[in-house]
Every structure is written in C-alpha cells, then in structure tokens.
Design a protein around this ligand. Structure first.
Ligand code: PLP
Length: 407
C-alpha cells in the first residue's frame, strides 16, 4: 500500500495509551461500529462512583446522594452541549439507541398515528430502526414505507416516497453496513414539507463527527453511549421539548411521577417523565466523561482522521484479489463491509482472530441489506481514532494469509 503519514492532530499511538485494554493485550480492534473501547478516565469515573459516592439520585438530602445527583445531571448538561442543544431537559437518558427508538414508537407513534398513516424508513436501517416501527404500525394499522438503497450504498430520490400520509420518517445518519453518511438535511427538510416528524438514528454518527442538533433541526435523535467511549447501558434520546411535553410516558414507576393516587397519577417534568425507576447513574456519569474525552480530541479531528484511515483501508483492500466491497458511497465514515470469494465471513473472522484482529462477521443487525445483496453474512471492519495505519496493513496481510489457506 502507498505510504501515508498520519495528520498531526491525531496521534493514534499516543491516544491508545489512554485505553487500558490496548496496554493489557495484543489487540487489533476493528469493531468499533459494534462497540468502542473505553479510556481509563471513563472506567475510573464508573469505579469512583461506586467507590466514593454510590447512592440513588433525586431522592435524598444526604451528601453522597446530592453528589450523585449533581454528577448525573452534569452528564446531561455535557451531552446537551456536545449536541449544541440549548434546553438540557430535552436530553433523556435511555439504555441506548434501541430503547430510544422504542420510546418514540410507544409514546409518540401509538398516540398520534391512525390507520393508513405512514411511517417512512430506509432499506439500510439497523433492526433497531425498523422493528419498533413494524410493531407500532401493526398496532395502529399504519403502513411502513421503505426508501430502497442503491448498490453503491446510497439513497436516490427519497422525495418519491413521501406523501401527505407520511407522519414520521426515521433514518440512520451513518449506515453501520456501508458507512454511508446519509443526506439527513434533505430528509429533514422533506419531513418539514410534509408535516412529518423526523427521527435520526445517530448511533454511528455522534461518536464519529460533530452533530449539531440545533443546525439540523430534527425532531428526535438517538444514540448509544457505548459506541462513543462510554459504558454500556446508557444512551440518549434528544427530543424537541414541545413534543416531549405532549407525549405520554413510556415506562411507569418511580421518578417519572409528580403525584400518585390509588387509581391515577400525574407526571413529572421532562426529562424525568421518561426516566422511570432508578436510572443508569454510573453509566451516565461515565458517558459525561467520555464526552469530555472526545471534546479534548476534537470531533472534527476524529472525523478527518477516520476519513484518511478509511481511504487508506479502501485502497489496500481493493488490491486484494477476490474481494467484494459492498457499497461505494461518496460521503462515508469508517465502516467497510466485504466478502472474500470462497471464504465464509465467519471463517475469515476466525483466521483473523488467530492474528489478534477483531472484525465483525454476520448480518450486522441489517438482514434486509443482506437479503438485497444476496448474501447471508459479510465481514466488516470499522475504525476509530485509536486505530493505526499499521493495523490496516496487518488486516490486509491477514486476509491474504486466509486466501492462501483456502486455496
Ligand atoms: N443503529 C445503528 C445504526 C447501529 O449501528 C446500532 C448498533 O450497532 C444501533 C442502532 C443499536 O444500538 P444499541 O444496540 O446500542 O441500542
């Protein structure tokens, strides 16, 4: 492969030192689209919570409970600032993207859609941006309409699929299979034109490039903490406050109420109306620290570095005989999905694993994409700022080794 120097703004070898897993084991981790690795300061933040001020939030007046509440709510403020959201109460902590989507499907769709209304999604969605709408459509008798993808991994003429019956459109900002960065501005403008609610699945975008919610002006946006250096078990739903205020709760229980009588209750203010029960306190605090870490590196720097490493990887992979790379979108992030002739992706992943290289093999929670590509599974390499160009060389070397083995 051609020699490429890394930009000064990101020194992946230096940044890797902040991640204990890379110190502890020999690991070429190319599966950050599934979940990212965690820097020590995030792990420490979680540990410190349990070691030093473990308590429940919003309930008690003793010191450690006040500290926990403050740390939890500060994490919310950090997330709001990260997304350029003015109103902190429009940030709801959930379990992750999946729960955020289900929250919208239960609390908005089931109360606002009726028979023959339409929800619009694309054919390249992750199951979590597909199945919740399928369920909701069945319940209310609405129709799920699909914008198909082209084989280059892009969407052509999404406007053809909108109609006056479209009530909600939900689309991934970046595909977890093709890496396509979709033109969400176009989709959000179309949603406005048709008076539909816009939902952005930002699971693969918020961790990798700046996402300015005020500028894009969507109605809802969802993502997962664990894909952006944070702990598992915490994610975010952003919603426009006027929508959230008029929505019914998703889950019932403690915290989300203002008053409870034996037969009826009233609801707390947003965001707590949507955070029933004891929340993911340590995880949310950890996510706040992950946001600090990402801010320190700079989201633009991360994006630019990932563009370089992805171009480098595409160049190297394209030189391999018998490789099929799926999609070739002009605007893409650090996700490459491929197959090698006559090698099942699981076998390939196994051989790469022998070289301590972790890639994903399977359907990537996107079975409709696999069906259209006419494959049962694919291999996927995905990158983050802690991956090096040397690792890409080793990936290609290991793939070539696998090809020899299967000859
Ligand atoms: N949406 C996209 C595009 C994803 O890549 C993923 C996870 O891979 C999800 C949604 C679901 O995220 P989670 O499993 O954290 O809820």
């Amino acid at each position: 492969c051609i020699n490429m120097t890394q930009p000064n703004s990101i020194d992946a070898n230096q940044l890797r030192k902040s991640f204990p897993i890379f110190e502890k084991r020999s690991l070429i981790y190319l599966d950050s689209a599934a979940t990212s690795q965690k820097p020590k300061i995030v792990i420490d933040a979680v540990k410190n919570f349990y070691n030093e001020y473990n308590s429940n939030v919003h309930r008690s007046i003793y010191d450690i409970s006040q500290e926990a509440t403050e740390a939890y709510e500060t994490a919310r403020e950090k997330v709001a600032k990260f997304l350029n959201v003015d109103k902190v109460d429009s940030i709801i902590f959930t379990k992750g993207t999946t729960e955020s989507m289900n929250l919208i499907a239960y609390s908005w769709v089931r109360h606002n859609l009726k028979k023959d209304d339409e929800i619009l999604i694309t054919e390249m969605e992750h199951h979590s941006n597909m199945v919740p709408w399928q369920l909701a459509c069945k319940d209310v008798g609405a129709k799920l309409k699909i914008i198909p993808f082209e084989f280059d991994g892009t969407l052509k003429h999404p406007e053809k699929y909108f109609s006056k019956r479209t009530k909600l459109v939900s689309i991934s900002h970046q595909s977890n299979v093709f890496g396509t960065i979709n033109d969400i501005d176009k989709i959000i403008n179309l949603a406005k034109k048709y008076n539909a609610i816009s939902v952005i699945d930002a699971a693969q975008s918020v961790p990798h490039f700046p996402v300015d919610v005020k500028a894009i002006d969507c109605d809802f946006l969802a993502f997962s903490g664990h894909k952006m250096l944070g702990p598992t078990g915490v994610g975010v739903l952003y919603g426009k406050p006027e929508l959230l205020e008029n929505m019914n709760p998703f889950l019932g229980g403690g915290e989300m109420i203002r008053s409870v009588q034996l037969n009826e209750s009233t609801w707390n203010d947003i965001p707590w109306k949507f955070e029933a029960g004891t929340p993911n306190i340590a995880q949310a605090i950890g996510l706040g620290v992950a946001v600090d870490f990402l801010n320190e590196i700079g989201m633009n720097n991360i994006h630019n570095y990932e563009k370089l490493i992805t171009d480098y990887a595409l160049n190297c992979l394209n030189e391999i005989d018998g490789i099929t790379i799926y999609g070739n979108p002009p605007n893409r992030g650090g996700v490459i999905t491929f197959n090698i002739n006559n090698i099942h992706s699981h076998d390939l992943a196994q051989i790469l694993n022998d070289d301590k290289i972790a890639i994903r093999a399977g359907h990537h929670c996107a079975q409709p994409i696999m069906n259209k590509l006419n494959v049962s599974s694919t291999a996927r390499a995905s990158f983050y700022f802690y991956n090096t160009f040397d690792e890409i060389d080793l990936l290609c070397k290991s793939i070539k080794k696998a090809i020899k083995l299967f000859k």
